[in-house]
Design a protein around this ligand. Structure first.
Ligand code: SAH
Length: 350
């Protein structure tokens, strides 16, 4: 059986075969997204026969909530169990954006794109056991629906970051339809400008995104500004190289006109020293990019450490003094293992 939102394109034809008008496809989508219906039975303005036909043909839920945790700062995290017993994580972040009061209130979701990850970044919990499989479009959409249901009825999801488990650019075929569903005006209605895809930096896939959908914000995980160190931290760099990653990012910037973001996880004494900051400044020269500095979130069993406050501030000062736009990601939900990949591991080793 298929997830109903994954079948969206085929739904009008299916309805026609049932002798139903095509506009009911929109009504069903609204029930699921705006209406937060948990079953076809709850779609009370659909004919009863249609409701049971839908229920025998399509799924709304293929996942179940294995664990739901909530931190003091309002961050909530779901560990979802998939139909095959695999587990993935997704997070709801309650944030205050630039606007004042409710106008600036953000409801950002961080979603996964794969079970596990094949990229092998040495400090990351998601890839420790490699990749198991790609998520389906339905499984990606379900994360959005499940997280939306954690909000009170008057609140909506505002932003999506594809920064959970997995490498999104290794699963574009399933991710892109899910992101299209997220933008449906009479559905979740999340603007493309508020969707960010984070990638380890796979040039052919970045070029595909630039050619087909240069509408999303792209965040490229750099973590080091020279090839030797980056290859140590991000092993896929060995076959790609920083020059290629930067060139692909530049091409995406040209195609999209959106400001590029580079992510840089600060690992104590490994990539947080002044020479690393200076190398990063040189590497970014001439680009109006934003650097998102992420203090390391410790992963049980791994030897990496967060930077000392002195090293962190010195690193940031060097970037700022060189005119680089820097944003330091505040730690949210640390106590609920909200750094992606960690909860799944904690739950499977507990
Ligand atoms: N595969 C994508 C998405 C990964 S998650 C990518 O590589 O960008 C988003 C970011 O969190 C990446 O920059 C990743 O390197 C970083 N990250 C992974 N584990 C982390 C940890 N324990 N602490 C801080 N950041 C981490």
């Amino acid at each position: 059986m298929q997830h109903i939102l994954e079948a969206a394109a085929a739904l009008p034809d299916w309805l026609a075969a049932q002798g139903q008008p095509a506009w009911r496809a929109g009504a069903i989508r609204r029930w699921l997204t705006v209406g937060r219906a948990e079953s076809f039975e709850a779609m009370t303005d659909l004919p009863k026969g249609l409701r049971s036909a839908l229920a025998s043909e399509f799924h709304i839920w293929t996942t179940s909530i294995a664990r739901h945790t909530r931190a003091d700062d309002g961050t909530e995290k779901l560990l979802l169990e998939l139909h095959d017993g695999q587990r993935i994580e997704c997070v709801l972040l309650r944030e205050q954006g630039p606007g004042a009061g409710e106008a600036g209130a953000r409801r950002t979701v961080c979603i996964s794109s794969q079970v596990g990850c094949a990229m092998g970044c040495v400090f990351c919990a998601s890839g420790l056991d490699g990749v198991v499989r790609n998520l389906t479009t339905g499984e990606i959409v379900e994360q959005l629906l499940r997280l939306q249901m954690l909000l009170p009825p008057e609140e909506r999801l505002s932003h999506i970051v594809v920064m959970g488990m997995g490498e999104p650019l290794a699963n574009l075929d399933r991710l892109l339809p899910a992101l299209a569903t997220a933008q449906d005006r009479d559905g979740l209605g999340i603007s493309q400008r508020r969707i960010t895809i984070s990638t380890v930096g796979l040039p052919p896939a970045i070029d595909r995104l630039a050619a087909e959908h240069p509408v999303y914000n792209l965040a490229v995980s750099l973590h080091a500004a020279d090839d030797d160190l980056r290859t140590r931290l991000v092993p896929v760099n060995k076959a790609i190289g920083l020059a290629e990653v930067m060139a692909a990012a530049d091409r995406y910037w040209e195609a999209s006109g959106r400001r590029l973001t580079f992510e840089y996880v600060l690992l104590g004494r490994l990539n947080d020293q002044p020479e690393h900051a200076h190398a990063l400044v040189r590497r970014l020269a001439g680009r109006a990019a934003l650097v998102n500095v992420i203090p390391y979130n410790r992963v049980a069993g791994l030897p990496y450490e967060e930077p000392t406050p002195t090293d962190r501030e010195r690193f940031l000062d060097i970037l700022r003094a060189a005119g680089v736009n820097v944003h330091v990601r505040r730690r949210k939900g640390a106590r609920i293992d909200a750094a992606c990949g960690q909860l799944r591991r904690a739950a499977s080793t507990a």
